[in-house]
Design a protein around this ligand. Sequence first.
Ligand code: ADP
Length: 278
Amino acid sequence: MDGDSQRSMWDKITHLFGKAEDNLEQAIMEARDEGDVEAEESNMLLSILELGEKQVQEIMTPRTDITCLASETTIQEAARCILDNGHSRIPVYKDTKDNIIGIIYAKDLLTYLVGDNHNFDDHVNKIMRQPFFIPETKISAELLQEFRSRKNHIAIVVDEYGGTSGLITIEDLLEVIVGDIEDEFDAPKEEDIQKITDEQYLLHGRAMLDDLNDIDIPVSSDEVDTIGGYLSLQAGHVPLVNEEFTVGEWKFTVIEADTKQIHKISAQKIAEQTLEDE
Ligand code: ADP
C-alpha cells in the first residue's frame, strides 16, 4: 500500500469509528453497501474485528504439525532440519513434545556457524532462545500487540495442563486479515478439500466440518472439529485404510492413515437409487 492509499484507508477507518463506536461491524457493512469502502477493504476490516474474537487455538499450527527437535540434536542436524523443512525457527524439546525448552533461529545458527569457535557436534541448546508460552484461549488481537511490543513473532501454545497444543507466528495472525500468505520458502500446501467432481472429494483428515458444510457435505459434531476426528469418534478407534462410513448421502472411505491419525479420505455422494435400495 502506498502512502496515499494508506491515508485514505485510515480516513475511512476514522470515519467508521466516528460513525458507530458500538457497532463497528454494522458500520463497516453499511459503508460497503453505500460504496464508501471497497468490498475487499471491508472484508479486511471485518477480519481485523475477527482477530478480537478468535482464540489462538483456532488459527495456530497444531502440535502434530510442529517440526521440532530433541535437545540432544547436534547443530549440524538442526541445519539439515531447517533446510529440509523450510521453517526458520524450530522448537527444541526435552524428552517429549510437551516439554518445549527453547527455539532455534536459523539466523542464530548461521551466526554461530560463521563464528570462530563453532563445532558442528555441539548440541542445539548452545544456541537456542527462551520460548514464549501462551494459553490456547488467548485472544489473537492481544497476541498481535504482544508480538509487536516484544519484537518476538513466535509463541508456543500450551493447554490448561501445560502440555504443548501448537505453535503460532505473526504470519498466522496476519493471514486472518489478508488471507493466505506464501513466502519464498513455503512448500506448496496441499488443500484440505480437493474437489474431484460435484459428487466426489478428496479430503485431508484435518478438513474442518464447518468447511464441509459449506460445500453441502453435512456432518456436524459438538465434540470434534475435523472430519478425521469425526470418523475416529464414529469408529471408536483410529480407522484403518479402506474402512468405510456412511453419513447421510455421503460415503467416506479412509485412503491413508497411520496408527494415530487419518490422513486422506475419499468422500463420495451415494447415488439416490442406492440409498433407496438400502
Ligand atoms: P517460516 O517462514 O519460518 O515457516 P512463518 O512465521 O512465515 O515462519 O510461518 C509460516 C507458517 O509455518 C505458519 O503457519 C506457522 O505457524 C508455521 N510454522 C512456523 N514454524 C514452524 C515449525 N517449526 N513447525 C511447524 N510449523 C511452523
